[in-house]
Design a protein. Structure first.
Length: 105
């Protein structure tokens, strides 16, 4: 249950990172480290999924983790939307570069 939600979140995070990798020099090593940590997290979740039926603390932890994963997924969706807006010129930060023409007196 929580594992499936986290896999979606991690996939979205991975996709966003790959799209923006060009912005970060030397980011590949950090991405590889993150990927390694995520496999460890997945193994821990697999164990927790099996133990949740006999351990209420683990079941509670998995529910909280699932809720946090949904929040993170919403944040990643927002980031991906902003990236698309920037890529397509639909979103600009700062003042507009257009000058308003003042009517002649």
């Amino acid at each position: 249950m929580a594992e499936a939600v986290l896999e979606i979140v991690l996939h979205n995070l991975s996709s966003l990172i790959h799209k923006e990798t060009a912005l970060f020099l030397g980011f590949q090593q950090d991405f590889n480290t993150l990927s390694s940590l995520l496999t460890t997290i997945k193994a821990t979740l697999d164990d927790a999924e099996e133990q949740q039926f006999s351990n209420r603390a683990i079941k509670d932890w998995l529910l909280k983790l699932k809720d946090a994963a949904h929040v993170l997924d919403d944040i990643l969706d927002e980031c991906a939307t902003r990236v698309l807006e920037l890529d397509h010129g639909g979103f600009q930060c700062g003042p507009s570069h257009k000058r308003e023409e003042k009517p002649s007196p």
